[in-house]
Design a protein around this ligand. Structure first.
Ligand code: M6R
Length: 614
């Protein structure tokens, strides 16, 4: 949670910081703030509860500052307020800090600092950290860098921090542990941020700070990295591949809509260079060295959260059916705390758009400790999960800014499908002709998604109008489409605040059917042929109780449904194993339009943040 940005160099710092915060706002939007050093070396702080827009209104464009730090907050300790907004100052007013993460032992530290005479003006753990650094510096009479090193040894928790020091007006000190920090290298200037999005328009040369590292940068181009243990490190410079236009709305009203419409391209990008349907081959660089491990794996364990967990559920259907490998799918937060049984011939696969989700990262660390092979499916290049894993595959969806995940989901599915098909082909659990049939169908998916997007807008808008005031929605699906029902329900609840539940259609009879009456819209994902007759019966059961049916079908599955459904969304047909890649798209659009009609903040829904790093 929280986004941090900082700049030191020779340009006007304020616009760089504010624009950077706007780019990072998807990470949290409870409050925003900046601290800059002005020409007389005074620290000026501007901060405001609410979104960056409010901060922009309140902050003068030119404060004659060439150095500063900024923060956009997702509250952990202390309510969202001006007072709890970052940056926070040390007692003597010499130091200011921004922090993404959580200091778990902050209360013990705070108590000890109080005894030394420290007074606090916020409820945050971050303020305690800067007071601690100040106290260490005073007590030990050491440089700020040394004080940071020592203070961080006393801290339990996660952090990416940047410190502005009145006494060193051309220098910033940053450190990280379990929260991301990227440093962009310009011409005698540096840009620091939680991810590369605030940096890319200024420079493409970046260094990803590693856990336990402290960086010192200044406006003369000096860049030093040391570990907390005082070992010097050479910065490893990488080239960014993000395109700037991916960070703009490009004429769409919201990022979410833009990202839904990008899916034909992003699915194609996930397949590009990996799938050659003409030659009948799949090639995946990240799998190559691990092919034998996959073939001989005792078990695959997918660990993930939210939408990425839904991708894992679809992965279970794919790997079990095609490659005949037993699969378990776990919420990362449950996996890490339940002392799971992990064998050395298990492969633990983390799925994460951001690559920074704290529970997924911790689950992987645990699996690694227990000797399993760990594999990552991530979107953000250079993210913590991508760097921790033995190997992996990027999804190449480009930056996803809308808090509700859309294009990242379908890209994850494309990658998992490739992995399952490739493993099955190598293992011989599917025939050559089945393999060819599936990869041809997969190759056609981007075109079919394009068709869903161009042909269904009006009908989806009508359905959205009719049900926008509903209090509850039920989403049903079977087989590969059961996780699609879960994902459809998640999309609706997170952006429109309508209560929605996803269920395997047959499970409905074991409880949720009690909820059905004439006010219950029921979205049935019926685009797969397996168990088709059964889902038709489920639809009858809903209808018999006066529920409203919104059915997603294709030309092969519509026959027995069109007469009973209240609304029909017809999408192109494909192989059952690929059905989710198409069926999810109308559900994303339905949620989007309902949320817009209800006046909700689609890209930044209340209480949420894009990456959950605590
Ligand atoms: O970055 P990750 O894929 O690890 O994030 C996992 C979830 O936090 C994320 O999918 C969340 O559920 C989204 N808001 C869903 O739209």
């Amino acid at each position: 949670m929280c986004g941090i940005v900082a700049y030191v160099g020779h340009k006007n710092a304020v616009p760089i910081l504010i624009k950077g915060l706007e780019r990072l706002e998807y990470r949290g939007y409870d409050s925003a703030g900046i601290a800059v050093l002005n020409a007389t070396n005074d620290i000026s702080i501007f901060k405001k509860k609410g979104k960056v827009k409010k901060l922009r209104e309140k902050t003068p464009e030119n404060t004659n500052s060439h150095i500063g730090i900024g923060h956009t907050r997702w509250a952990t300790h202390g309510e969202p307020s001006d007072r709890n907004a970052h940056p926070h100052m040390a007692q003597n007013g010499q130091l200011a800090i921004i922090h993404n993460g959580i200091i778990e032992n902050y209360d013990v530290l705070k108590e000890a600092l109080r005894k030394e005479g420290h007074e606090f003006v916020s409820d945050t753990d971050t303020e305690v950290l800067i007071h601690l650094i100040e106290e260490v510096q005073k007590r030990e009479k050491v440089s700020l860098e040394k004080a940071v090193q020592q203070a961080l040894k006393e801290v339990i928790g996660a952090y990416a921090i940047v410190i502005l020091d009145k006494n060193n007006p051309n220098q910033l000190i940053a450190a990280r542990k379990s929260s991301p920090l990227v440093i962009g290298i310009g011409d005698n200037e540096f840009y620091l941020a939680s991810d590369a999005t605030p940096i890319v328009e200024y420079t493409k040369e970046v260094v990803y700070l590693d856990d336990g590292e402290i960086a010192t940068v200044n406006n003369e181009g000096d860049f030093f990295i040391k570990t907390i243990e005082d070992e010097s490190k050479t910065p490893f410079v990488q080239e960014l591949e993000i395109e700037l236009d991916r960070l703009e709305k490009g004429g769409f009203e919201h990022f979410m809509l833009k990202e839904i419409f990008e899916q034909p391209k992003t699915i194609a990008d996930a397949l590009r260079g990996r799938l050659d349907a003409g030659k009948g081959v799949i090639f995946m660089g990240g799998l190559q060295e691990y092919e034998q491990k996959f073939i001989n794996a005792r078990r695959l364990l997918f660990v993930a959260c939210g939408t990425s967990w839904h991708s894992g559920l679809i992965g279970e259907y794919l790997f079990e059916e095609l490659a005949r490998i037993p699969v378990e799918v776990d919420y990362a937060s449950e996996f890490r705390y339940r002392n799971p049984i992990i064998h050395e011939d298990d492969i633990v696969i983390a799925i994460s758009q951001s690559g920074e989700t704290a529970d997924t990262l911790a689950a992987l660390e645990l699996a690694k400790e227990k000797g399993a092979t760990i594999f990552g499916i991530c979107n953000v290049v250079g993210s913590s999960i991508a760097r921790l894993t033995d190997s992996g595959a990027y999804t190449h969806a480009g930056p996803e800014i809308g808090v509700a995940s859309t294009k990242a989901f379908t890209s994850q599915l494309a990658v998992i499908t490739l992995m399952a098909l490739h493993t099955a082909h190598l293992k011989g659990t599917i025939t050559e002709s089945q393999f060819r049939q599936y990869i041809n169908a997969l190759d056609n998916i981007p075109g079919k998604v394009e068709k869903v997007l161009s042909e269904n807008q009006d009908i989806i808008l009508d359905i959205a109008k009719e049900y926008k005031d509903a209090h509850n929605f039920l989403y049903l699906g079977r087989g590969h489409n059961f996780p699609v029902a879960l994902e459809g329900a998640l999309k609706l609840k997170e952006i429109s605040y309508i209560h929605a539940e996803g269920y395997p259609a047959a499970e409905m009879k074991h409880g949720p059917i009690a909820l059905i009456d004439e006010n219950m819209p029921c979205v049935v994902v019926a685009t797969n042929l397996n168990a088709h007759e059964k889902i038709v019966s489920n639809i009858q059961e809903v209808k018999a109780r006066k529920g409203k049916i919104i059915a997603i079908v294709n030309k092969h599955t519509k026959a027995k449904i069109e007469d009973i459904a209240d609304h029909l969304i017809i999408v192109p047909s494909t192989e059952d194993i690929l059905a989710p890649l198409i069926a999810i798209v109308p559900l994303q659009l339905l949620s989007y339009h309902i949320a817009v009609m209800r006046g909700c903040d689609v890209d930044q829904p209340r209480n949420l943040a894009k990456s959950v790093t605590v």
